[in-house]
Write a protein that binds this ligand. Structure first.
Ligand code: SAH
Length: 234
């Protein structure tokens, strides 16, 4: 019996720290949106809403938690990175998403970008070529309750034929050229955003709009991304 009181006290102190930690992350996130995203011209309300409400710190490794809301990409293991918050917001806004959209993401990584998309659209299908990342993202989605995200381990170059066509496609790894299967899996009126350029170099972020009889491409920004590979990894 004697030991019970200190135990309860310890639990209360622990809970207080937990609550304070979450509040701290929420205020860092609010600051991130204000100073890194709004100031750089992101105005789309649903994009801002998603950036404010997805806990980025839940998607980075423990060693990176302190930098969760910093203005930079971060390592997520296996030589891969989670993009800089501004790039996530920019690519999200560029897709002009509607709440009824079905979206494909190629390059799940940590799952953060998929979670941002999932706050906005009806359903997100996301493919990751490294098994360990695919499995950990899948688990994370379940833990955090993102029930409208489906994660698959595989090569996203070929898209996801039996879930196609998509209203929008986002590729979050740098491609040397635009994969034709992805264009084929876009609806007419569909939008795609993809970094394109030489291996490991600076790439052009290309916005693609599939019209009835043509595909319109526009270079929107220079970016750096880890490469889109074709090698399925454990
Ligand atoms: N969107 C991610 C970051 C992506 S990093 C996030 O929010 O965290 C790019 C990811 O693309 C890496 O995890 C890499 O393994 C994956 N990738 C590379 N080539 C791929 C391919 N052909 N198909 C699917 N995923 C691929």
């Amino acid at each position: 019996m004697m030991i019970k009181v200190p135990n309860i006290a310890l639990i209360l102190v622990f809970l207080a720290f937990q609550v304070q930690g979450q509040t701290n992350f929420a205020s860092q996130r609010e600051k991130m949106v204000r100073t890194q995203i709004k100031t750089r011209g992101i105005t789309n309300p649903v994009t801002l809403y998603a950036m404010l409400n997805v806990p980025r710190h839940e998607f980075v490794p423990d060693s990176q938690k302190d930098y969760s809301y910093s203005d930079s990409p971060l390592p997520i293991g296996k030589g891969q990175t989670i993009s800089q918050p501004f790039i996530v917001a920019y690519m999200t806004q560029a897709l002009k998403l509607e709440s009824t959209d079905k979206v494909l993401e190629v390059g799940t990584g940590s799952g953060y970008q998929a979670a941002v998309l999932a706050k906005i659209v009806d359903s997100v299908y996301t493919i990751e070529i490294i098994k360990e990342l695919a499995l950990s993202s899948k688990k994370k989605m379940q833990t955090l309750g993102y029930s409208n995200i489906t994660v698959k381990w595989g090569d996203g170059y070929n898209g996801w034929p039996n879930k196609a066509p998509f209203d929008a496609i986002m590729v979050t790894a740098g491609a040397e050229s635009i994969p034709q299967p992805l264009i084929d899996q876009l609806k007419v009126g569909g939008r795609m955003i993809i970094p394109v350029g030489p291996h490991y170099g600076t790439r052009q972020l290309v916005l693609i709009i599939k019209k009835k009889n043509k595909v319109v491409k526009k270079n929107v920004m220079l970016v750096r991304f880890v490469p889109l590979t074709r090698k399925i990894r454990e």
